[in-house]
Design a protein. Structure first.
Length: 571
C-alpha cells in the first residue's frame, strides 16, 4: 500500500470519527433539550389580609420531573432534589407528605388555609408499595427524613404509627380503591416537636435556586419564627401532564405558610415586604418557568397597593380579587407595600366564617378517669356536609367504645349521624387507639362526639424528663370534600395540571385540624427514688468503708519496751 493510500485511509478514518463525535453531540443535545423540557419549576408567593388584621403569607414552590417508573431509579437529576428522589425510590414510596407546624390555624377568624395545614408539631404520612418489607421501609423512611431535616422523626415507632382506613386518601394519580390493592398507608405525628432554623435550612437547600434569588430570598428565619403561626411542608406525588394523562410526572410541592401581625407594633394594617420579612424582593429565580406574587385584595376598606400590579384578576365566582406581580418584570430590591386609610384597625365583624370547623377538649377531673369531647360546627344553612372524623389516642388512655355518644345541638338523636365507624383498640406499649367515623353534619348545627377513658399507671422509666408537664395528644383531623369549601382559592385547580379539568383530576380534600391536648397522668414522686438512692448509697458507703477498713488494716498488740520497764522499776 502506497503512502497516498495510507493517507487517504487515515483521512476516511478521521472523518468517520468526526462523524461519530458530531452524532454523539447531536444526540446529547436532543436528550438535554428533552430533559429540560420535562423539568418544570414554578414559584409563587400569596399575601392575604385576614379579618383580625393579621397577614397570611404563603410560599409555594413546584418542581415537576419526568415519570419515575416502579423499580427503576432516576437516570438524571436536574431540578428535582436528589435527596428526596433517592429516599422515594430507596423505600418504595408512592406518595410522601411531611409537615412541620408551630401554633394552631385559627379557622374561625382566618378561614381555610390556602393548602391544608397540619396540627402542631410534625406530621408524616406516606403511601408505600407492598414489596414484602413495607414496615421496614416505613422505619427506614422516618430515619432518613429525620437525618435530612434534623428532626426527631425517628421517634415515630409502632406505638404512634397507624394505618388510616378512611382518611388521608391519595392525592396522586391512583384512586383509593386501586391504590389500596398495591400500596398501604402509614401515618405518624409528633405533637411535641418544635420547629426551628435547623429544619428550615435543609428545606431551603432542596430548592433549585436555594435562597439566593427568587421568592425564597424572602425566607428569613428570624421573622418567620416570630409569627403567630407558621407551617412548612413537602408533598411528593405523581401527577398527569395532558388531558388524557399520557405523560406521567413526579411533582414535589414545597410550601411555607406564616401568619404575621402588623397591627401589633403600629396599630394599623399597613405592611410591606421589608417590614414582614426584613428583606426586599430580589430577581426571579432564573430556573423558574413562572415566578409571581399574588396579593388577595380585601373587599372592604380603603387601601393603596404600591407599586401598581401588572394585572388584577377577578375570580370567576366573585369571591376574591387578586393583584398579580410578575417577578421577571420587577427590578432588583423591590419593596411591595399596602397602606390603609384608617387611623386604628377595626375588627371585621362581617367576615364570612368557614363552613366546617371544630374544637376538641378534655372532660372530667382527677388522675384516674376522664373523657374527650369534640364539637364539630356546620355553619352552612342549606347543606348537609359529609365528613370523616379521625382521631388517634395513645395507648396509655384506655378508651371505652360503649361510652361513645353523639349529640346534635346538645340533644341525643335516634337516627345516629354516624354512617361508618372504624375502631382499633390499643395494645399496651404496641399500638394506639384509632377512631375513624363517617358522619353527616346537618345544616347549621353543632355535632358533639364524646368518649370516656381510664388513665394508665406508667412505669417511672416511661415518663419524659418533664413528667409533671404532661403528655401531648395529637390533633384530630376532619376531612371533607374540597369542592365548595375554598372561597379564596380553588384547591383542586391549584393542585392539578392546567390541561386537566377539575373533574378528571386526582382526589383532593379539605382537612381541618383541632387543637392538640395536654393530659396529666398519675406521676410518681421522683424525689423518692432520689431519697432512696442517696440513703442506700450512704448505708453502702458506711458499710463498705467499715468492712474495707477492717479487712485491710493490720491489728498489732502493743508491747512496752524493756527500757521503759527498767525505768519504771527504778522509780
Amino acid at each position: 500500500m502506497t503512502n497516498k493510500d495510507l493517507a487517504y485511509n487515515g483521512y476516511l478514518f478521521a472523518m468517520w470519527q468526526l462523524g461519530r463525535f458530531f452524532s454523539f453531540f447531536v444526540l446529547l443535545f436532543t436528550v438535554v433539550e428533552n430533559y429540560q423540557h420535562n423539568d418544570i419549576f414554578k414559584e409563587s408567593l400569596t399575601i392575604k389580609p385576614l379579618s383580625d388584621g393579621k397577614l397570611l403569607t404563603h410560599f409555594q414552590f413546584n418542581v415537576r420531573t419526568n415519570e419515575i417508573k416502579e423499580g427503576k431509579a432516576f437516570s438524571h437529576y436536574k431540578l428535582f432534589p436528589r435527596a428526596i428522589g433517592q429516599i422515594i425510590q430507596s423505600y418504595n414510596a408512592h406518595e410522601l407528605h411531611l409537615t412541620f407546624t408551630q401554633g394552631r390555624w385559627n379557622y374561625k377568624d382566618w378561614g381555610y388555609p390556602i393548602v391544608p395545614s397540619a396540627g402542631t408539631g410534625v406530621e408524616l404520612w406516606a403511601w408505600l408499595w407492598k414489596d414484602g418489607k413495607l414496615d421496614k421501609n416505613w422505619k427506614s423512611l422516618t430515619n432518613a427524613l429525620a437525618g435530612l431535616f434534623c428532626a426527631s422523626l425517628n421517634f415515630i415507632d409502632d406505638t404512634i404509627t397507624v394505618q388510616p382506613k378512611l382518611s388521608f386518601r391519595p392525592e396522586g394519580l391512583y384512586n383509593a380503591t386501586e391504590l389500596s390493592a398495591r400500596a398501604e398507608l402509614r401515618y405518624g405525628s409528633l405533637p411535641h416537636e418544635n420547629v426551628c432554623t435547623e429544619n428550615l435550612t435543609p428545606w431551603i437547600k432542596l430548592l433549585p435556586c436555594k435562597s439566593t434569588s427568587g421568592i425564597a430570598s424572602l425566607l428569613n428565619g428570624h421573622k418567620l419564627y416570630d409569627s403567630n403561626f407558621h407551617s412548612m411542608s413537602i408533598h411528593v406525588r405523581p401527577v398527569c401532564q395532558g388531558f388524557e394523562c399520557l405523560n406521567k410526572h413526579l411533582e414535589i410541592v414545597q410550601t411555607v405558610s406564616a401568619v404575621v401581625d402588623p397591627v401589633r407594633n403600629s396599630g394599623k394594617r399597613d405592611w410591606s415586604l421589608n417590614q414582614i420579612f426584613g428583606r426586599q424582593l430580589s430577581l426571579a429565580c432564573p430556573l423558574a418557568e413562572e415566578s409571581k406574587l399574588e396579593v388577595i385584595l380585601s373587599e372592604d376598606g380603603d387601601y393603596k397597593l404600591s407599586p401598581d400590579a401588572d394585572t388584577v384578576v377577578r375570580k370567576n365566582d366573585g369571591d376574591a380579587t387578586i393583584a398579580l406581580y410578575n417577578l421577571k418584570n420587577l427590578q432588583l430590591d423591590t419593596d411591595i407595600s399596602m397602606t390603609w386609610n384608617e387611623d386604628v384597625f377595626k375588627y371585621n365583624l362581617n367576615y364570612e366564617q368557614p363552613r366546617v370547623y371544630a374544637h376538641r377538649f378534655f372532660t372530667g377531673y382527677g388522675q384516674e378517669r376522664g373523657g374527650i369531647k369534640v364539637n364539630i360546627f356546620n355553619k352552612s344553612t342549606n347543606f348537609t356536609v359529609p365528613i370523616i372524623y379521625y382521631d388517634v389516642i395513645p395507648w396509655f388512655l384506655k378508651l371505652y367504645l360503649h361510652t361513645l355518644k353523639v349529640q346534635i345541638n346538645g340533644e341525643e338523636v335516634q337516627d345516629s349521624p354516624i354512617k361508618d365507624l372504624y375502631y382499633q383498640p390499643a395494645v399496651d406499649r404496641s399500638r394506639p387507639n384509632v377512631i375513624e367515623a363517617e358522619l353527616l353534619l346537618p345544616p347549621n348545627s353543632i355535632t358533639t362526639l364524646s368518649i370516656n377513658f381510664d388513665k394508665v399507671f406508667l412505669k417511672y422509666t416511661e415518663h419524659p424528663p418533664d413528667a409533671n408537664r404532661g403528655f401531648d395528644i395529637g390533633s384530630a383531623v376532619i376531612s371533607s370534600v374540597g369542592e365548595g369549601f375554598s372561597y379564596l382559592h380553588d384547591f383542586v385547580t391549584r393542585n392539578c395540571s392546567e390541561d386537566i379539568p377539575t373533574t378528571a383530576c386526582y382526589h383532593f380534600s379539605i382537612r381541618v385540624y383541632t387543637e392538640t391536648l395536654l393530659v396529666s397522668l398519675p406521676t410518681p414522686d421522683f424525689s423518692m427514688p432520689y431519697n432512696v438512692i442517696t440513703l442506700t448509697c450512704t448505708v453502702i458507703a458506711l458499710f463498705f468503708g467499715s468492712m474495707f477498713n477492717l479487712l485491710t488494716r493490720d491489728f498489732v498488740a502493743l508491747q512496752s519496751n524493756e527500757g521503759d520497764k527498767d525505768k519504771e522499776s527504778k522509780d
